[in-house]
Design a binder for this molecule. Structure first.
Ligand SMILES: [Zn+2]
Ligand SMILES: [Zn+2]
Length: 99
C-alpha cells in the first residue's frame, strides 16, 4: 500500500473517530482505561485533560475499514494528558496493522 493511500486512510479514520468518540461504547471503554491507569497520564502523571491514545490502528482488509475505537484490546490503549498526547502524535506515527 502506498504511503499516500495510508495517509488518506488515517485521515479518514480520524474523521470517523471524531464522531465515534461521542458514543456510549466509547465512553464505557474510556472509563475502563482511565480506571486501569488510575486517572493519570502515563507519561507525566498529570491528571488534567486526560485522553485515551491508541498505540496501533487496525485496518481490516476484509471489511475494508478500521476497527471501532472501543474494539481494540485494552493493552493497545493508554491514558495521556492532552499535552503528552499531542506531542506524542507530533513525534510518532501510529502504526497501522492490516488484519
Ligand atoms: Zn502528560
Ligand atoms: Zn492518540
Amino acid at each position: 500500500m502506498s504511503s499516500l493511500r495510508q495517509k488518506q486512510l488515517v485521515k479518514k479514520a480520524h474523521g470517523t473517530y471524531g464522531v465515534l468518540l461521542f458514543t456510549l461504547e466509547w465512553k464505557e471503554k474510556r472509563k475502563e482505561i482511565l480506571k486501569r491507569d488510575k486517572h493519570v497520564c502515563r507519561v507525566c502523571s498529570s491528571t488534567e485533560k486526560l485522553q485515551i491514545h491508541h498505540r496501533q490502528y487496525h485496518y481490516s482488509l476484509t471489511l475494508r475499514k478500521f476497527k471501532k475505537p472501543w474494539e481494540y484490546p485494552n493493552k493497545l490503549m493508554i491514558t495521556l494528558c492532552e499535552k503528552c498526547h499531542q506531542s506524542g502524535h507530533n513525534k510518532f506515527k501510529v502504526p497501522i496493522k492490516y488484519i
